[in-house]
Design a protein. Structure first.
Length: 165
């Protein structure tokens, strides 16, 4: 694997369910009934401004050979936050809004932290009456967009996956 020592195992993939934020639940019973908001897939670790003074020499490690962070989730009710600077776009065959990463740091390009990772390209769309966002860690303008396009195109409803042999 590129970026790893010879003979080293590839980074371990972590997939986890993303719950709605606690602030969106009015009480404990509502929390128990809440459906998962989405899923997060990650392996490796990012290199950015908070990684040390030589972080730029390692930024190539943000590519999928060494690191990947992709989230897709249903935006919580009442939290239809749309980051500033979005533009209409078609990603993975879906029409929606795209907010490109502000760079490698966690803060968005506008200088303000927002609801989503500022170092991710974020695609927001509506499907079946629900609002969704897909978020992919930045590793270069063209290549990040190309992979986000492919990942969104390949998304399938969870119910459809359960019936696949």
């Amino acid at each position: 694997m590129i970026g790893a020592s010879a003979g080293a195992a590839p980074p371990k993939l972590l997939a986890q369910v993303l719950p709605y934020e606690l602030a969106t639940w009015r009480n404990r019973a509502q929390r128990r009934r809440a459906l998962p908001a989405g899923v997060s897939f990650v392996y490796g670790g990012p290199w950015g401004p908070d990684s040390g003074p030589d972080w730029r020499t390692h930024v190539w490690r943000n590519r999928p050979c060494c690191f990947l962070h992709f989230d897709v989730f249903r935006r919580p009710p009442g939290r239809q936050f749309i980051p500033s600077g979005v533009r209409p776009a078609v990603v993975g065959g879906k029409r929606g809004l795209l907010k490109e990463a502000g760079g490698y740091g966690m803060i968005s390009g506008s200088g303000n932290a927002d609801l989503y990772f500022g170092n991710h390209d974020r695609f927001l769309w509506r499907e079946g009456g629900d609002f969704y966002v897909a978020s992919l860690h930045y590793f270069g303008r063209r290549d990040t967009r190309a992979l986000l396009n492919r990942l969104v195109r390949e998304l399938r409803p969870a119910a459809a996956l359960a019936t696949t042999p």
